[in-house]
Design a protein around this ligand. Structure first.
Ligand SMILES: [Zn+2]
Length: 293
């Protein structure tokens, strides 16, 4: 793969589009330290090449992306993060916050060991609270990792950068997503109180679901502890799981199953969406729970 990143003489880890063309880029190879030239021609994808013309060193795009993301956050000294009641409490903030806040940091360190974990970044807010930040591209926090953070009582934010493949890497956009956007960020711990838990009587049919779509969705009802759980197949093959009538225990069962199968909570629909490649496994697990297995 072509080298898209290098180390500038200022010691910054830079993307090829951030520097001057040619040797004027003033950069060296991030792997071997040899001076590099920035190739920014019209034909091939922009990249760095060794000035000696030696074969490019092997590097991992994923670790480069991590390194770049860390640089951006450290340089900014903070980032906008989503807020929910649980996160606000953990961050030592008051109630009645908006859906987002700018988390300003007194310090941000890279790769610090905390208990059994070594988050990509460990930030200390100006209020003195530690926050772990995990950058994700191909591997995401699993159950154990999340549990470790919970045991440490260390709030952990995951930033999902999987849309930024090597060819889709855009410095301005990556910076925007890292620093200002909420779409790719979620608190792994403490987690959001779900809409269903905050609104005990959710509307049975959220009006925002398009009517034609509803008519054609095959729906299965699974009964757990006398409560109905609706499992609908979406046109994409994903499935949407929803507790038909609010019950905290059943909501909790659904949440546990959904999380084990990469589910994403859709607050507007009071449902969990499970990607199609995990749909059958999630269904099977719900059926097993319903059967008391
Ligand atoms: Zn090299």
């Amino acid at each position: 793969m072509l080298a898209l990143f290098a180390i500038h003489s200022s010691n910054r880890f830079v993307h090829v589009t951030e520097v001057e063309r040619g040797l004027a880029c003033d950069c060296r190879c991030a792997v071997c330290g040899e001076p590099v030239i920035a190739r920014q021609g019209d034909v091939r994808e922009h990249h760095f090449a060794h000035s000696s013309n030696a074969q490019p060193c092997t590097s991992s795009y994923e670790s480069d992306l991590h390194r770049f993301a860390k640089r951006v956050i450290v340089e900014a000294g903070g980032l906008v993060v989503p807020v929910n009641a649980a996160a606000a409490r953990a961050l030592g903030l008051g109630d009645d916050l908006g859906p987002r806040i700018l988390l300003t940091c007194a310090g941000i360190e890279e790769e610090v060991v905390v208990g059994d974990r070594r988050p990509d970044l460990l930030a200390t807010t100006t209020a003195g609270v530690s926050v772990a930040i995990e950058i994700a591209y191909s591997s995401f926090c699993d159950f154990q990792k999340r549990q470790d953070y919970e045991n440490l009582r260390l709030p952990v934010l995951e930033i999902d950068l999987r849309v930024f493949t090597p060819t889709a890497f855009d410095v301005a956009l990556v910076k925007h997503v890292l620093l200002k956007d909420l779409a790719c960020k979620s608190w792994l711990w403490p987690e959001r109180l779900e809409a269903a838990e905050l609104n005990p009587e959710p509307p049975a049919d959220p009006p925002s679901v398009p009517a034609p779509q509803r008519q054609f969705l095959p729906e299965e009802i699974v009964k757990v502890r006398g409560r109905w759980i609706s499992v609908k197949e979406l046109p994409s093959g994903d499935i949407a799981i929803k507790v038909v009538r609010y019950d905290p225990d059943v909501v909790s069962v659904v949440r546990t199953v959904a999380r084990q199968h990469s589910g994403q909570y859709r607050g507007a629909y009071f449902s969990w969406v499970i990607p199609r490649f995990r749909a059958e496994a999630a269904r099977a697990q719900l059926r097993a729970i319903a059967a008391g297995v």
